[in-house]
Design a protein around this ligand. Structure first.
Ligand code: 13P
Length: 254
């Protein structure tokens, strides 16, 4: 199975000039690099999707950072899955902890988004993970379990192969702290067990389970490769093409 390397650019790249600089630098970094067994997905802010698509950088697949569940209509400020498809997106990040925290996204809404993304042929990257407090209270596994189960309610197993789940502990986002290997492994095993319960083994095996939170060239071995994770969700390090490509090279050369 190809490993997924997802760059979440968040609310960065503030101008068209900055975007061009970013894309040029990415293109330069990719020259002459052989990249095997990986899918590289970049998720820029909505306003940059068209610019990223037009740049037609080889090997780069486009994703979005969020979407609404309805396809059109009076939903001021929202972006529809149909629009994302038309702008060249193949993936969409859903349920990121920053959306849960700052925009009060709840599990039921994330579930509607997952169903709508799949229906509209977008591959959802569902983010789940516990806060620092929940970790200290030994709630990690129950939080993950609750988030995965509610997000996947009424999702058909025939869609499993288009589903990605990112275990991204909130306390690890932006902090340079990563979980211990056994903690990631426990989360992975739990998610897989839930998937088996929902879809059966054959379909559960098709879902990709990736890790997110302070992924860098220094941590990628520990948080992904050594554990046989299906890929990584990268925040800060995806903003510097040199660092992002370093992560990709490490995964691709494994
Ligand atoms: P960092 O890689 O900056 O910790 O961010 C992770 C993240 O939130 C990706 O979605």
């Amino acid at each position: 199975m190809n490993k997924l390397i997802v760059g979440n650019l968040k609310m960065n790249i503030l101008s068209q000039t900055e975007r061009e600089r970013y894309l040029n630098s990415l293109q330069k970094e990719l020259v002459g690099k052989k990249i095997n067994n990986c899918e590289i997905i970049l998720c820029p802010p909505f306003v940059h999707l068209e610019g990223f698509r037009k740049a037609k950088i080889k090997k780069i697949i486009l994703g979005a950072q969020n979407m609404f569940w309805e396809t059109k209509g009076s939903f001021t400020g929202e972006v529809s899955p149909t629009m994302l498809k038309d702008f060249g997106c193949e993936y969409v990040i859903l349920g990121h902890s920053e959306r849960r925290r700052y925009f009060c996204e709840r599990d039921e809404e994330i579930n509607l988004k997952i169903i709508s993304a799949l229906k509209n042929n977008l591959k959802p990257i569902l983010c789940v993970g516990e806060s620092k407090q929940e970790k200290e209270d030994n709630q990690t596994l129950s939080v993950i379990s609750q988030q995965v189960k509610s997000a996947l309610e009424k999702v058909s197993r025939t869609k499993a192969e288009n589903l990605v789940i990112a275990y991204e502990p909130i306390w690890s986002v932006g902090t340079d702290e990563v979980p211990k290997e056994n903690e990631i492994m426990e989360a992975r095993v739990l998610i897989f067990k839930i998937l088996i319960g929902l879809f059966g083994v054959k379909y559960a095996e098709k879902v990709k389970i990736i890790y997110g939170g302070s992924v860098s060239a220094f941590t990628v071995k520990q948080v992904c490769l050594d554990l046989g994770m299906d890929g990584v969700l990268v925040g800060r390090e995806s903003l510097t093409p040199y660092e992002f490509i370093k992560i990709i090279k490490i995964i691709s050369e494994k």
